[in-house]
Design a protein around this ligand. Structure first.
Ligand code: DC
Length: 674
C-alpha cells in the first residue's frame, strides 16, 4: 500500500501477465449489510478488504453484529432484524463510503423507528457535501424521525425513535431516481425490515440513473430470501411476509469497475501478449462489466468466460467514441483516460452523477487531463476529451487525485504516454486513496506493467560498511514506493550458502558457482535462502567477514551482476552497496555516497547487533570495520569509491529521517514536475 505523499510512475510501455481483482465494493457492502440484518451466520468469501468495507464492518459491530474472519473468509452473525442498542446513543463514522451511508441510514432509520434508540451517522467533510435529501424524504414518509445535524439535505444525520413505533408502509413510497441509485438501493435493502402483512411499494419519479447497480441489489436480495417484484425501473414491490434469510455461504465476485483499469491497460499496452484479468468475467452481475463493450468500441480485443477476461490491443490509436454512460458511471471515468490515446474527440454524456461522487469528478477529470496536455470541454453532465495535439505536447504533470480512488486509478493510465509518442513520467499525488476499493492497485499494476530499462529510475546509495546505507535506502524506497536492492545481502547470502555447503574460502570457481545458483527471495523485511528464513543469519559477523572476502572475487561479482540488474523494475529502485553507482547502475538518476566516522559506524553496528541478540564489543567491531573498509577500498575489482557524479552525504550527525529528507530533496530537484 502506497501511504506516501506522491507516487512517480515512469513512462510505461507494455502490460502482460495476470491480475486478480479484489472483490466488488458494491457487492461487498450490500452483502455485509444484508448479512448484518439477517438472522444467523453468513460466511462471506473473497470480501473486499478496503477502507469502505472496513467502515461498514465497524458500523455492523457497533449495532451488535458479530464479525470474525481470516481475510479469505468473513463470518457475520446478524442481528436478526432487531436493534438491541437502544440504551446508548450510537455514533457511526462512515468515512466517505456512500455504499455504507445510504443503506445504513435507511436500515437504521427503520430499526430505531420500531425498536427505539438514537443513532448519529457522520462521515468525512466530503461525505457531508454528498446529497441524501431524497432518501431522507422517503424515510420520513415511512414515519422515521430523521434530523439533519449540519445542512439540510446532507449528512450528518440523527436517527431517533421510541420502542414500539410504527413504520408506515401502507402507501407507496415515492423516490426521485435521478440523483443517485443508491437511494433506491438503500430502501430496497432496508424495507424488508418493515415486512409485515402488506406488500411494500416504492415508486420512482423520473428516470432512474445507474440502473445496473439496482440490478445488483435485486440479485443479492434474492440470495437473502427477498424476491422483489418489479415493473421496469418505475415500481418495486416487496411482497408481504418478506424476511431476510442468511444464505450461509456467499461469494463476492471481483470488482468490475476495478477491472476497467486493466481492460484499458490491455487495450493501450497489451501489445506483445494479452493481459488476463481474473475474479470477474463475462458472467458478472455488475453493470460495469458492460465497460467491455465500450472498450471494444474504442479498439480493445477482448475474450473471456466465467470469471475471466483477456484483453489486448486491437485498433491503434484507439478510436474516439460518443457514448451515453448513464449505465456505468464509475467505469466511464476510465473511458475519459482512454480518450488520451484515441484519434479524435471522445464525448461521454449523461454523467451528471459524477458531480456528487467522492469529488466533483467532471471538474476533477477535466482539470487533470488538461494538465497532461489534453483538450477538454466539460459541461453539466458531459465531458469531451481530445488527446494532446501532438506527441511532444505530453506534459510532465503532478496530478491531483482528490481523495478519489477512481481518479488515481484512471490517471495512472496516463503513464502509458510513450505509446502515444510522449515520454514523460506521471506524478500522482496522494496515491493512498486507492485504498477505498483497491488497496493493492499500484502493486498490481506494476506487477504487469513494464518499460524500457533506461526509463526506470534508480537511486544508488553506496558507502562503507555500517554507514547506514541499508536503513537510508529502505527509508527512501518506502517513501517513494519503489523496490529496494540490498546488494550486500547477495554477497552475504553467497557467503552463508558457501558456509552451509562447506565450500572452501579459497575455491574461487566453486564460490562463483554458489553465487550463480543462489535460491534467494526477498519478501518485505525477510530474506529466504533455499526456502529458509535467513534474515538474522545474514547479519552474523562471520558471514559479513566471509562476504567481504567473496566479494573480492571476480567470478562472484560477475555471477551476481545479472541478479542485481533484475531488481530494476517499475516504478523504480533504490539500490545500496559498494558499487551500485560505479558498476551496476552507472546510469542511475541519482547517486549518493554515504559516509560516517568509523567511531559512529562501530557504535551503530554494535546497537544493531545487540538489538538482534548478537553479542560483540566496540573495539573489536571498530577494528573489523576498518579492516573491511581497507579490503573494500583496495580490492582490484569494483573497489569502494564514490562515482564521479555521486553526491556525498556525511550522516554522522543526521537522523535517518534527515538523511532521507536530503536524498528526497535531491531527487525532487532532478525529477521535476509541472
Ligand atoms: O553492506 P554489507 O555489510 O551487507 O556488505 C557485505 C559485504 O559485501 C561487504 O564486505 C562488501 C560486500 N559488498 C560489495 O562488495 N559490493 C556491494 N555492492 C555490496 C556489498
Amino acid at each position: 500500500m502506497f501511504d506516501i505523499p506522491h507516487l512517480d510512475v515512469p513512462p510505461l510501455r507494455r502490460v502482460a501477465g495476470t491480475v486478480r481483482l479484489p472483490g466488488s465494493k458494491s457487492i461487498s457492502n450490500r452483502v455485509l449489510l444484508l448479512a448484518g440484518l439477517s438472522e444467523g451466520i453468513t460466511e462471506i468469501h473473497d470480501l473486499l478488504d478496503s477502507d469502505d468495507t472496513q467502515v461498514m464492518l465497524e458500523a455492523l459491530r457497533q449495532i451488535g453484529c458479530g464479525v470474525a474472519g481470516d481475510g479469505a473468509v468473513t463470518q457475520v452473525r446478524g442481528i436478526g432484524g432487531r436493534l438491541r442498542t437502544a440504551a446508548q446513543r450510537l455514533v457511526l463514522h462512515l468515512g466517505n463510503a456512500g455504499t455504507a451511508m445510504r443503506p445504513l441510514a435507511a436500515a437504521l432509520a427503520l430499526l430505531v423507528t420500531r425498536d427505539g434508540g438514537e443513532i448519529e451517522l457522520r462521515g468525512v467533510a466530503r461525505m457531508h457535501e454528498r446529497p441524501i435529501g431524497d432518501l431522507v424524504d422517503a424515510l420520513r414518509q415511512l414515519g422515521a424521525q430523521v434530523e439533519y445535524l449540519g445542512h439540510d439535505g446532507f449528512p450528518p444525520l440523527l436517527l431517533r425513535g421510541q420502542a414500539g413505533g410504527a413504520v408506515h408502509t401502507g402507501a407507496p413510497i415515492r423516490l426521485r431516481g435521478d440523483v443517485s441509485s443508491q437511494f433506491l438501493t438503500a430502501l430496497l435493502l432496508a424495507l424488508p425490515l418493515a415486512g409485515g402483512a402488506q406488500p411494500i411499494v416504492i415508486e420512482v419519479d423520473g428516470e432512474l440513473i445507474s440502473k445496473p447497480y439496482v440490478e445488483i441489489t435485486l440479485a443479492l436480495l434474492q440470495r437473502f430470501g427477498i424476491v422483489v417484484q418489479r415493473d421496469g425501473f418505475e415500481r418495486f414491490t416487496i411482497p408481504a411476509g418478506s424476511r431476510y434469510r442468511a444464505p450461509q455461504r456467499i461469494h463476492v465476485e471481483g470488482d468490475a469497475s476495478s477491472a476497467s483499469y486493466f481492460i484499458a491497460a490491455g487495450a493501450i499496452a497489451g501489445v506483445e501478449a494479452p493481459l488476463r484479468i481474473e475474479g470477474v468475467g463475462l458472467d458478472s452481475i455488475q453493470g460495469d462489466i458492460r465497460f467491455i463493450d465500450a472498450a471494444q468500441a474504442m479498439g480493445a480485443r477482448v475474450t473471456g468466460g466465467p470469471g475471466w477476461i483477456e484483453v489486448r490491443r486491437g485498433a491503434w490509436p484507439l478510436q474516439a467514441v460518443t457514448l451515453d454512460c448513464n449505465h456505468m458511471p464509475d467505469a466511464a471515468m476510465t473511458l475519459a483516460a482512454m480518450a488520451l490515446y484515441a484519434s479524435g474527440r471522445t464525448r461521454l454524456t449523461h454523467i451528471g452523477s459524477w458531480r456528487v461522487k467522492e469529488t466533483d469528478r467532471i471538474a476533477a477529470m477535466a482539470a487533470e487531463l488538461r494538465k497532461l496536455g489534453a483538450t477538454v470541454v466539460d459541461g453539466a453532465d458531459f465531458i469531451e476529451v481530445e488527446p494532446p495535439a501532438s506527441p511532444d505536447r505530453w506534459r510532465r504533470a503532478a496530478l491531483h487525485t482528490y481523495d478519489d480512488h477512481r481518479m488515481a486509478m484512471c490517471l495512472s493510465l496516463a503513464a502509458f504516454n510513450p505509446l502515444a509518442g510522449g515520454h514523460v513520467p506521471v506524478r500522482l499525488l496522494d496515491p493512498r486513496c486507492v485504498g477505498k476499493t483497491f488497496p493493492d492497485y499500484f502493486e498490481t499494476l506494476f506487477g504487469v506493467a513494464s518499460t524500457d530499462t533506461p526509463d526506470i529510475p534508480v537511486i544508488t546509495v553506496d558507502g562503507p560498511t555500517a554507514s547506514g546505507k541499508g536503513t537510508l535506502a529502505s527509508t527512501v524506497a518506502a517513501r517513494l514506493g519503489w523496490h529496494q536492492l540490498d546488494s550486500g545481502a547477495l554477497y552475504r547470502a553467497t557467503a552463508l550458502a558457501a558456509m552451509r555447503r562447506d565450500v572452501a574460502a579459497d575455491d574461487a570457481d566453486a564460490l562463483g558457482r554458489v553465487a550463480a545458483s543462489l535460491a534467494l527471495r526477498f519478501e518485505a523485511d525477510t530474506v529466504w535462502l533455499d526456502g529458509a528464513d535467513v534474515t538474522l543469519a545474514l547479519r552474523h559477523e562471520e558471514v559479513g567477514k566471509l562476504a567481504s572476502h567473496v566479494s573480492a572475487l571476480p567470478a562472484v561479482r560477475q555471477a551476481l551482476h545479472a541478479l542485481q540488474l533484475s531488481f530494476r523494475r517499475v516504478p523504480g529502485l533504490v539500490a545500496d552497496g559498494r558499487d551500485m553507482g560505479t558498476v551496476v547502475f552507472p546510469d542511475a538518476s541519482l547517486k549518493v555516497f554515504l559516509t560516517a566516522s568509523a567511531a559512529m559506524r562501530a557504535e551503530r553496528r554494535l546497537k544493531q547487533l545487540i538489538s538482534k541478540g548478537i553479542s560483540a564489543t566496540l573495539p573489536d567491531l571498530r577494528a573489523e570495520l576498518e579492516a573491511r573498509d581497507a579490503r573494500d577500498v583496495n580490492r582490484a575489482v569494483s573497489p569502494l569509491k564514490p562515482a564521479p557524479d555521486a553526491l556525498q552525504l556525511d550522516n554522522s550527525s543526521l537522523t535517518i529521517e534527515q538523511s532521507a529528507d536530503r536524498v528526497l530533496q535531491w531527487w525532487n530537484e532532478r525529477y521535476v514536475f509541472d
